[in-house]
Design a protein around this ligand. Structure first.
Ligand code: GLN
Length: 194
């Protein structure tokens, strides 16, 4: 049985944990390079992308995680996790780095600040409508043709992808872990062999 990890440095780790537990999976919380070695796929939670990037360095996880991702490990980033997996971060901190596993450019807080957070139904290919909770969400502003768009949303200024995948790496602008609907996690896990 493959083993699922959740990057547990900062952010809504418990919410992802509860969501995958509702699907019958007991995840490994990953805080060290040793724990990373035990897992076959990794969820990168929402939170604060600059804090997560900083803690990835201080925990010694940045390099081994970059290597695992380049070797093809499956990963699913939500919100700040999407930012961490993106090729380009717009409105990032000047020293902000990312793993560049998804050929997309994301704008931090691209849907507005905290007060502009919103919830809206999102139509996901093969699932139908799921609840979309957007909190200081990154907006995908450019995406390579290799990136598969599984869901888009028009927030009044045109359609932007909100759920994408490229190979075994998935990214989501919103927070499927903050609702009781586990379908997006289920779809990801099914695609990557769980
Ligand atoms: N805006 C946050 C950041 O740049 C992400 C917000 C979130 O994960 N809810 O890190």
């Amino acid at each position: 049985m493959p083993r699922l990890g959740i990057l547990a440095l900062q952010g809504d780790v418990r919410e992802h944990q509860a969501t995958v537990q509702s699907l019958g999976i007991e995840p490994t919380l990953v805080r060290t390079p040793q724990q990373l070695e035990e897992v076959d796929a990794l969820i990168l939670p929402g939170g604060e992308s600059t804090a997560i990037a900083h803690l990835l360095v201080t925990s010694g996880l940045r390099e081994p995680l970059a290597n695992r991702l380049n070797e093809g490990m499956a990963a699913f980033g939500t919100c700040a996790g999407l930012i961490a997996l993106s090729a380009e971060v717009l409105d990032g901190r000047s020293d902000q780095w990312s793993f560049a596993m998804l050929d997309v450019a994301v704008r931090r807080n691209g849907y507005g600040r905290q007060v502009a957070s919103f919830e809206t139904p999102i139509e996901v290919e093969s699932l139908g409508l799921v609840p979309g909770v957007f909190i200081r969400a990154p907006r995908i502003e450019r995406w390579d043709p290799q990136v598969e768009v599984l869901a888009s949303h028009d927030h009044g200024d045109g359609e932007h992808p909100v759920l994408v995948k490229q190979g075994a790496v998935w990214g989501c602008s919103f927070h499927p872990e903050l609702t009781s609907n586990a379908e997006i996690h289920g779809l990801f896990l099914q695609h990557v062999g769980f």
